[in-house]
Write a protein that binds this ligand. Sequence first.
Ligand SMILES: O=P(O)(O)OC[C@H]1O[C@](O)(CO)[C@@H](O)[C@@H]1O
Length: 545
Amino acid sequence: MSALDVTATGAAAEAVARHVPTLVADRVASRLFARDHTLWGRAAEEESAKRLSWTGLHRTSRHLVGEVAALRDELAATGYDRVVLCGMGGSSLAPEVICATAGVPIVVLDSSDPDVVRAALTDLDRTVVVVSSKSGSTVETDSQRRAFEQAFRDAGLDPAARMVVVTDPGSPLDAAARAGGFRVVNADPDVGGRYSALTAFGLVPSGLAGADIEALLDDAEAVADVLAEDDDANPALRLGAAMAGTEPLRDKLVLVDAGTENVGFGAWAEQLIAESTGKDGTGILPVVAVGAEPARLYDDGTVVRLVASDHDADADADHATPATASSLVTVAGPLGAQLLLWEAATAVAGRLLGISPFDQPDVESAKAAARELLEAGIGAGEEPAFTDGAVAVTALGGDWLGDATTVDAAVDALLGQLDRERGYVAVMAYLDRESDADLEHVARDLFDRTGRPATFGWGPRFLHSTGQYHKGGPATGVYVQVTTAPAQDLPVPGRDFTFGEFIAAQAGGDAAVLADHGRPVLRLHLTSHDAGLEQVRAALGRGRP
Ligand SMILES: O=P(O)(O)OC[C@H]1O[C@](O)(CO)[C@@H](O)[C@@H]1O
């Protein structure tokens, strides 16, 4: 009996029956875990050949258990009891879930909002900072690193004594950190960011924060052989088929926390699935359910109920509701096992969709557009069409705004562009995900109002997660971008831009690329944070049945 349980009903079960026998006959599972890079077609071979080491991390990461324990002992001399992790996407999403599940605190700084960065630059005498970047060139992470180095120096503290760098061997950050006398832990270069949960990227910050990283590797090891088996019962084959094998394709995957002990798992799976599959006009859109399970489901959706490992399968079988009866997958298992399960299932889904699950071809376009705006010094770009109260309204991607002169009317106009059969609404808030956390509920309001999937992402964090899907996936999204002026800007030491200018350029760049793809983008800029936020919340939630 595996520690993993994947049960499918409805269209998801039909997909399993339709595809798993062929996946078994083609020996996909055993070839995947033997790192066969030909599984995704010739065009994907070059990238796949250097992106498959995650299949053996439960063995090859074992050295990190001792190394992280030694690092903790060394750093104990600083008296730290606070760990801050600077990293984006795959360089921070896994530690956030690992630590939340282990019940140990960690501050994940994955924002370029100056007020958010400043709030992290506190309690420096009891803080250790982990700077994680595979490429070593992600501007958010580099800027955060610069800010912390400056802050430690200003506080009379040696940055090298309190900062640990995790990066690929030979990255620009690797060279610079070693030259600067910093501790560097190199990660396995043959693992992509969103598959790196069980590499140094997931394990070093989590271990320093106090999570039991050996148990995590043990849980992955306990299921590795099952996931590598060419067998109809293989949970990865079943989950991959349920994700990407429905006909017609149900390409919205609603992730529901239905009692799982893996806290915040949906946010990690969201990047893995969206950035792996959302390209070449296809892909699976993860919709992380906010609040209770949806009472109904759109025809192009499948619900995934993430249940507790000790769940009662019979009780779950009786759980079918109008929302889940049409297509449902129930998944149970400990975190270490599920990290490997979902990585393998996503790789299987990529094969079924006919795309490479290991590249992210459209992410660079938004970064380039942001750099252009930054160099031009024009903030987020486009001028607002009008201001209503505390919200400046800008419409991009066509002249769909019509004669709207209020935020309510602008939201109505955007939703008028929504394809009611295949479309989705994406809310992207470049705000503080701690203090403005309540705004996430507008996703549920928009679902209740339109009956269509609505996702919510914090900017710029989502740019390293669903951002690839928005640009490379099906052209069926309509986008609401919420931005604000910082309470107080913050310079990026050694750079010719501030954090405030950078985050504005990131929002402007992403909106420009979406508009270039012909997608409607409504930017709601809060000219006064609290009043503006109230207006935006009311406008997006208005018209709920
Ligand atoms: O670890 P890095 O190189 O800073 O990249 C951070 C994230 O940005 C991306 O490269 C692009 O979104 C992700 O794949 C990755 O997880």
